[in-house]
Design a binder for this molecule. Structure first.
Ligand code: B3K
Ligand code: ZN
Length: 861
């Protein structure tokens, strides 16, 4: 351990089952903004009647207990005790058999600015219970392995009253719901408000009729259709690909404006951040549409991977999240383009998860201790969790994967499972020993893989020798070798494929693989499809990279070759060396290759971000200079534009999509290439094309792209005010408006821009989306956030402290802006550390933020 565990540290090794069984939960809500009464009846049975233990229920200090009864009788007060987090009833007061515990409490939803538990948002009531929000509603064994059926009644003057499961009764001012599927408290949900529904129906493959509703505020109905289409596609896909059917008579989705994350998979009642539901061509970009489709699918897929089979404890979070991300990635691949989706996912993985793994916040997909579980909804648990499943699938093959998943659903339906259970179904279904594979779950850090080639001309044999090594991470110094699936293909010098993809299985720290019977020395295409989440280091000259960019038959490896070429140029340029000629040439050839998917070309034309360059430099042991990186990137983009201006202009014109906007993949692909070309041309046309496009485009995708170009050229004033006039009362558009101004600002102006935007009336900072727009925009401006004078750090620290008092989850999450601080120069490090220490010293700091900053500060010790 590199840090002192706090008293509140939870350890995986301490798991023990709850000493009571809970069969049914009955809840009765009488809603009031400042006083909501919650009556709960819990049907409990001691697990071991010969040794009844104290009954300890979770309950936050704002939950006011009004009455407590056991089988209808008040226990002697000496047997009942309360602290800030629990309610304890001594064993002496409990029957030796099944009993009903009844409580009545009162809570204050309108005062709940943390948006955890029951809270009010824009005049409606809603809940967020994962991970430990239910304890802010009532006293309960608030842990995922306690599963019960729920019967819920709601009394309120709101017209729409929703909870989980099937509706039982609905009359004026009262509704009753019953959820027949046992579930943990984190999946409980309640919504009450003035809402309208966009409705449809779905018939499952075994004939169950399901009523589907997407609930939004009156006036937003015309922006909810795409979410409904996405839901129907998801339901069909899960039946076809995983054989999973929906299991209730209704499926409700509700859009809310104040929501800490993207969405939540509550049983039968998914609650969404409105930005992941509402979309129209005028307000949402192609990327928004793709994200809505993916998140609707993700939450829906949780119905099986998460709800029917849940997690034994929160250490197992990646059991549901890694698998559900993996499933939503497969879904998007099927709906859109598989190669493009793979490249996008790897880009995101590197930008978020590799970044996390390289710094003080590194942790394994299955951590073994935490202070605050909400701090572990990370890229490692989600995205790396999904990569680990992708590797499993590669190792056991598609059939093995399908058999293992069938067994998983069969064996664990209705249970709260563990990573061990998950690996066991793969072992039982395929006969493979996964003991070594398990390190992917328990060990943190990104393995570094090196590859050396040896060509024996006499024997016509190629030998590839790999070594693997995983750098130390907080609390984990030495790591054993892992199983690494390495997909390799060989390409002849004429560009033909000599050997189609073969999966090598590396299990040792150093291992060689021979390829015999080759006519001539081939070019190696390695780690095809990004077959494992590792950093591959191979000595490769720029000419060979350019060759692979032109000829590799694996789209991921092809893109990767171009990206490596760009990174090698950018890292050199940022250190003052001449570079980039090969990249500029090769990218021109690729841009003009009309046989390639436009979205793929767009990805290749998008230069790695400043942050990617900083990460690459750090991996090479070089201290990144944010300003030099920014200048290098601008310079290289300009050179591409100067060299290929005519071609890019032709692409920009040809990729125009005529006719009414459609968010489908085919049209989106063309727009993405068009925009990529525009971004480069913007470096040499002074912003003229962007100005024309901003004025003429009928969709937000192109307008936003044009706006970003104009901001970069310092010509955005009129575009910004036009957008504000048109969309001033549309929160989602205004979030973009806030964000891009900071994100795309010239780095020297980023902090000042953020500061002046933060002074506006409509900087409603308690709204998580608005806060994220501004602070996330700044964190996304690499050289701006890392301004040498520390102003980016100070500005961010001030806001994190302010936010922590209202909403600790958001403050903790946004504090990750600092997670890379140890990689920079001494001046920046000192300023970042001072900002972190200032936060740590804050009086009344939340457990959430305290855990984050103390882990980050520990890296400097
Ligand atoms: N399970 C939720 C995330 C809950 C986050 C709690 N801090 C959304 C999802 O992953 O689908
Ligand atoms: Zn999820």
């Amino acid at each position: 351990m590199t840090r002192q565990p706090q008293q509140t540290t939870q350890f995986l090794a301490d798991y023990r089952p709850f000493p009571f069984l809970l069969s049914e939960t009955r809840l009765d809500f009488e809603l009031g903004p400042h006083a909501t009464l919650v009556r709960a009846d819990l049907s409990l049975t001691p697990r071991d009647v010969s040794k009844v233990e104290d009954l300890v229920l979770d309950g936050g200090k704002e939950v006011a207990l009004r009455s407590l009864r056991i089988d209808g009788t008040e226990p002697d007060p000496v047997h009942v005790s309360r602290d800030d987090e629990t309610l304890r009833i001594a064993a002496a007061a409990l029957p030796r058999t099944a009993f009903t515990l009844s409580t009545e409490v009162s809570i204050d939803p309108a005062a709940n600015t943390a948006f955890e538990g029951l809270y009010m948002s824009g005049g409606m009531y809603c809940t967020q219970c994962e991970a430990e929000g239910f304890r802010h509603i009532t006293f309960y064994p608030d842990r995922p392995d306690v599963m019960a059926t729920f019967r819920v009644s709601i009394r309120s003057d709101m017209p729409v009253l929703l909870s989980n499961g099937n509706p039982v009764e609905n009359r004026d001012g009262m509704a009753e719901w019953h959820d027949p599927w046992p579930k943990p408290s984190y999946l409980f949900a309640l919504v009450a408000g003035k809402l309208v529904a966009v409705s449809d129906r779905f018939t499952t493959r075994s004939g169950r009729e399901v009523a589907l509703n997407v609930w939004v505020r009156p006036g937003d109905q015309d922006r909810a259709g795409f979410a409904m289409e996405s839901l129907i596609k998801s339901m069909r896909w899960d039946e076809q690909v995983y054989g999973r059917e929906y299991d209730l008579d209704v499926f409700n989705i509700v859009a809310v404006d104040d929501f800490n994350m993207g969405a939540m998979e509550n049983k039968g009642l998914n609650i969404f951040n409105s930005k992941l539901v509402l979309a129209s061509p005028e307000t949402a970009t192609d990327a928004d549409y793709e994200r809505i489709e993916a998140v609707i699918a993700h939450e829906y897929f949780h119905n099986w991977t998460g709800n029917r089979i849940t997690c034994r404890d929160w250490f197992q979070l990646c059991l549901k999240e890694g698998l559900t991300v993996f499933r939503d990635q497969q879904f998007t691949s099927d709906m859109r383009s598989a190669p493009v989706k793979r490249i996008e996912d790897v880009r995101a993985l590197r930008a978020r998860q590799f970044r996390e793994d390289q710094g003080p916040l590194a942790h394994p997909p299955r951590p073994d201790h935490y202070e605050e579980i909400n701090n572990f909804y990370t890229a490692t648990v989600y995205e790396k969790g999904a990569e680990v499943i992708g590797m499993l699938k590669r190792l056991v093959g598609d059939d093995g994967y399908a058999r293992a998943l069938d067994l998983y659903f069969d064996r664990h339906d209705g249970q709260a499972a563990t990573i061990e259970d998950w690996l066991k179904v793969f072992e039982d279904a395929t006969g493979r020993d996964l003991a070594q594979f398990k390190h992917w779950y328990t060990d943190a850090g990104t393995p570094r893989l090196t590859m050396a080639e040896d060509w024996d001309a006499d024997a016509n044999r190629l030998t590839l020798t790999f070594t693997q090594d995983t750098p130390p991470t907080p609390g984990q110094a030495d790591k054993p070798a892992r199983v690494i699936p390495i997909a390799v293909g060989l390409i002849g010098r004429n560009g033909d494929e000599v050997l189609p993809t073969r999966m090598l299985e590396m299990t040792e720290a150093r291992q060689s693989f021979d390829f015999d019977g080759l006519g001539a020395r081939p070019v190696v295409s390695a780690l095809r499809g990004f077959s494992a989440p590792v950093m591959l280091d191979r000595p490769l000259d720029d000419a060979t990279r350019a060759f692979l960019l032109a000829h590799d038959t694996d789209p991921f490896a092809r893109w990767e070759a171009g990206r490596d070429l760009a990174l090698s140029a950018l890292t050199a340029l940022s250190q003052g060396r001449e570079a980039g000629a090969d990249f500029v040439d090769a990218i021109g050839r690729l841009a003009g290759d009309d046989s390639a998917d436009p979205a793929f070309r767009a990805l290749c034309l998008t230069l790695p971000g400043d942050e990617d360059v900083a990460t690459r430099l750090t991996a090479q042991g070089v201290t990144p200079d944010p300003d030099a990186i920014h200048a290098a990137r601008e310079g290289l983009a300009r050179r591409v534009a100067e060299a290929h201006g005519d071609l890019l202009a032709a692409i920009h014109d040809r990729m125009r999509v005529d006719g009414p906007y459609s968010p489908d993949a085919a049209a989106a692909r063309r727009r993405s290439l068009r925009i990529a070309a525009l971004g480069l041309l913007n470096r040499i046309d002074g912003g003229d094309r962007a100005r024309v496009l901003f004025g003429s485009a009928g969709n937000m995708t192109e307008r936003m792209a044009a706006l970003i170009c104009l901001i970069r050229r310092g010509r955005a004033a009129s575009a910004l005010s036009a957008l504000e006039d048109e969309f001033g009362d549309n929160r989602l558009v205004m979030d973009k408006w806030f964000s891009v101004q900071v994100m795309a600002a010239p780095p020297a102006e980023a902090v000042a821009t953020a500061r002046s935007l933060s002074e506006r009336q409509d900087f409603d900072w308690k709204n998580p989306n608005r806060f994220r727009a501004l602070l996330g925009g700044l964190a996304g401006n690499h050289a701006g956030f890392h301004a040498a004078d520390g102003s980016g750090y100070d500005f961010t620290a001030d806001w994190l402290m302010r936010m922590d008092r209202a909403n600790p989850q958001i403050a903790a999450r946004m504090s990750t802006a600092f997670e890379t601080w140890p990689r920079y120069d001494a001046t920046r490090r000192a300023r970042a550390l001072a900002a972190l220490q200032r936060i740590a010293a804050m009086e009344g700091i939340s457990r959430n933020l305290r855990e984050m900053v103390s882990r980050m500060i520990a890296a400097g010790a």
